[in-house]
Design a protein around this ligand. Structure first.
Ligand code: ADP
Length: 227
């Protein structure tokens, strides 16, 4: 059997607040994300969803526990290998788009590919294809400020998928949009994920959106429990 795409075993994380105050956020979180699975990560604000996603996406370090991406343990990786894994295996979507304001939609999707050694021509072709899939190919040459909130977030989805990751991690990806737009943009994201067969862990506090995913887990008192 194939290794899970992402495995979190007994992950712990605490933050130091002030000099001697430590707050434990993750207290032994476990998760197996199999290839092609789309899992909702549900919890109220402040429960630790971002903390968990940042660790899973190699943007932060756990204090303890074992994490594997496609079977490879991330503990003790060299900085170089860790960066390579983050770039190649993980796509990240934030609540706010974080697009580069001085670049167009297409350029924002091209740039991470160039960093990864893809040619300009191939990167543009992939960017155009992704924009088409989310229905905004006619906005390719607009800068973020010339796009609506929903369009900005669609571009951010394309950027996250630009380098063909194995895992998509999304932190309240439509949390910043009004309910109608959120519903449509979320639909576009789910289509994109399903078409590409990606594995995804998508944080939301919206139970209706969570119900549209294959499986739901809740972050409760620092551990993950099935919903
Ligand atoms: P969520 O994404 O579910 O809203 P977070 O993971 O952002 O939750 O935060 C969980 C808790 O950890 C919150 O109480 C937050 O204030 C705290 N926290 C997050 N980052 C830090 C940090 N760098 N230092 C101290 N506390 C933090």
């Amino acid at each position: 059997m194939n290794d899970p795409v992402l495995e979190l075993n007994n992950i712990h994380k605490a933050y130091n607040v002030g000099k001697s105050n430590e707050i434990a956020i993750l207290k032994g979180a476990n998760l197996r994300l199999e290839a092609g699975e789309v899992v909702a990560l549900v919890a109220p604000s402040g429960a630790g969803k971002s903390t968990l996603l940042h660790i899973a996406g190699l943007l932060d370090f756990a204090d303890a526990g074992d994490q594997r991406i496609k079977g490879e343990s991330v503990a003790g990786l060299s900085d170089r290998r860790r960066t390579q894994m983050r770039r190649n295996d993980v796509g990240f979507i934030y609540q706010f788009h974080h697009l580069l304001p001085e670049f167009t939609a297409l350029e924002n999707i091209v740039l991470p590919q160039l960093v990864n050694g893809v040619t300009q021509k191939a990167a543009e072709a992939r960017g155009a294809e992704l924009l088409k899939r989310v229905g905004i190919e006619d906005r390719a040459h607009h800068r973020p400020a010339e796009l609506s909130g929903g369009e900005q977030q669609r571009v951010a989805f394309c950027r996250a998928l630009a380098n063909n990751p194995s895992i998509l991690l999304a932190d309240e990806p439509t949390g910043n949009l009004d309910p109608n737009t959120s519903d449509r943009v979320f639909g576009a994201l789910m289509e994109l994920v399903q078409e590409t067969g990606l594995s995804a862990l998508i944080a939301t506090h919206n139970l209706e959106l969570a119900a549209r995913m294959g499986r739901q887990v809740r972050l409760e008192n620092g551990v993950l429990v099935p919903l």
